[in-house]
Ligand binder design. Structure first.
Ligand code: RET
Length: 238
């Protein structure tokens, strides 16, 4: 069954990538970078799913589990890009907030790397400690997203504010399900078989990348507000 879920993941990511890449030609002026970042997110995942579906990117751990490390390489590249999309929506002037954006991405990288090491570790104690470090970074990241990014986004045009809130809520809910699947799956308590775990991660990945990208890139009002300056004030003037 695993291979079927992985092929479905591959096709879903591929279709998303082609759609986002073609939509770039029709991007509202000044918003093209959102299309490029979003197509890159699904593009990286397309390759990761192809690798896993053809039997790569997986290893047997010291304690005998089948561990798909390829998905962490995907997440290591794509989750910072998803946070970049959110940050570029929230900040009227992202360049001036480069420290904050770098900080939230650094927490994300810590979360994914310690999650990778936790999954690859044979000892239960090692896995538990690394899982806790990863979760702490995740909570800090969510805190920054819910406080600072939300308040920045409320200063933008109504359409930008609305799409930011939808995407941020989607992100908080979906991302929180990843450690839950991990804990229930083979890396944690082993309540889910490898194939059910692969299925759940595939659904989450499609929603968090293709679903996210679709909601963002089909919102032409928000994208053209951003292209024309993007703050509440700029959109009132135009
Ligand atoms: C792990 C296990 C350790 C604890 C935590 C995790 C969080 C993972 C997250 C992944 C998000 C992935 C996304 C992929 C792209 O579509 C590594 C599962 C907290 C939040 C959004």
């Amino acid at each position: 069954m695993e291979a079927i879920w992985l092929w479905i993941g591959f096709i879903g990511m591929l279709v998303g990538t082609i759609y986002f890449a073609f939509s770039t030609t029709n991007a509202p002026p000044g918003s093209r970078y959102f299309f490029i970042i979003t197509a890159a997110i699904t593009g990286v995942a397309t390759i990761a799913y192809l690798v896993m579906a053809t039997g790569g990117g997986v290893t047997i751990t010291g304690d005998g589990r089948e561990f798909y490390w390829a998905r962490y390489i995907d997440w290591l590249i794509t989750t910072p890009l998803l946070l970049l999309d959110l940050s570029l929506l929230a900040f009227a002037n992202p360049r001036r907030n480069i420290g904050f954006i770098g900080g939230i991405i650094a927490l994300d990288v810590v979360m994914i790397l310690t999650g990778l090491w936790a999954g690859a570790t044979a000892s239960v104690a090692g896995r538990t400690i690394l899982f806790l470090i990863s979760t702490a970074a995740f909570i800090a990241l969510l805190y920054l997203l819910v406080t600072r990014l939300f308040s920045e986004a409320s200063g933008r045009s109504p359409a930008v504010g609305q799409v930011f809130r939808t995407l941020a809520v989607l992100t908080v809910v979906l991302w929180t399900l990843y450690p839950v699947v991990w804990l229930l799956g083979t890396e944690g308590f082993g309540a889910l078989s490898t194939s059910v775990e692969v299925l759940f991660f595939m659904i989450l990945d499609l929603l968090a990348k293709v679903g996210f990208g679709f909601l963002l890139l089909t919102n032409r009002q928000a994208l053209s507000d951003i292209g024309s300056g993007g703050s509440a004030q700029a959109s009132r003037v135009s």
